[in-house]
Design a protein around this ligand. Sequence first.
Ligand code: F6R
Length: 362
Amino acid sequence: EKGGYPHYMLKEIYEQPRVLENTLGGRLSEARAGVELDLRVDPTRFERVHIVACGTAYYAAWVGKYLIEGLARVPVEIDVASEYRYRDPVVDERTLAIAISQSGETIDTLEALREAKRKGAGTLGVINAKGSSITREVDDTLYIHAGPEIGVASTKAYMAMLGAMAMLAVWMGRARGTLPEAEARTFLGELRKMPRLVEQTLEKRQEIAHIAEKYHQAADYLFLGRHIQAPTAYEGALKLKEISYIHAEAYPAGEMKHGPIALIDERLPVVVLTTESPIYEKTLSNIQEVRARGGRVIAVATEGDLEVRRFAQDVIYVPRTHYLLSPMVSVVPLQLLAYETAVLLGRDVDQPRNLAKSVTVE
Ligand code: F6R
């Protein structure tokens, strides 16, 4: 049932191009330069969006914030669900509360959603599991269609969540008149190519296995990224922690000089997301800061970027895309890095200690 793969996690990593096709399937409209989501929620009625989620789904929320604010110009707040439910959030009828969850059963996410609903928010679930608890309590559900995910560490569901958030952002932006037709067309053209681009990143496995080999004895890892790649850094660190038990920390790259830079020495591998974006140069200078202090840099960069080679010991190239879609191509090498590292260390990849697939207790 693992389809010839040694672990479910690896199988699910390799399923990602097909999963993304399913997520996007039939929903992108060429003719209208838009997205058809078949939702009852009115995207023009809201003044603000609150997104709640836990763990990996929270990082999808964070990516979603940049997408929705970027394309639909609606203010988006994101919260870890266990914080949201107890912080007495400011919510009214002009708030759309979105819960993102693979299982649809995570109790903190469900309770955070209930809290928003009690306060009058409209509610939308971005969910994988059909008919799950959250889908029964929201006004509307956008299914991500990732199929059953068995590996405890979430991979393909994350990819599908990112696809769903990109579609939601276009859907809102088109309805609210903030996303012009031509821009929507370009963005959707890139989104449509994404399953193929994700497929290409899978070809990097051997290269990544080699990097994993080089650093699997490290006691700590640091992951850095800016803007929409900051959540990618956090997701990369989470994957590595979960299945290899190596301590990994993520930071928005610009925050490094405010503290974590003290950690850098020649024993610390630092993964830097430095794909093309309007702030590419800023991240490049962070790489130089790490190098100047003896840190080992593993850069995730856009195919064709030769400049980054001058500063990073290792470069993993990912295909060029719209920078708001860069998390989709960039997370794959980080999933593979975590996987290969965990295998080298003899960890139980599909059943990491202390973790459960769905967290239905507080
Ligand atoms: C990470 C992981 C967890 C879940 C989190 C939320 O690999 O699997 O962090 O993402 O427990 O789960 P769902 O999405 O089911 O609400």
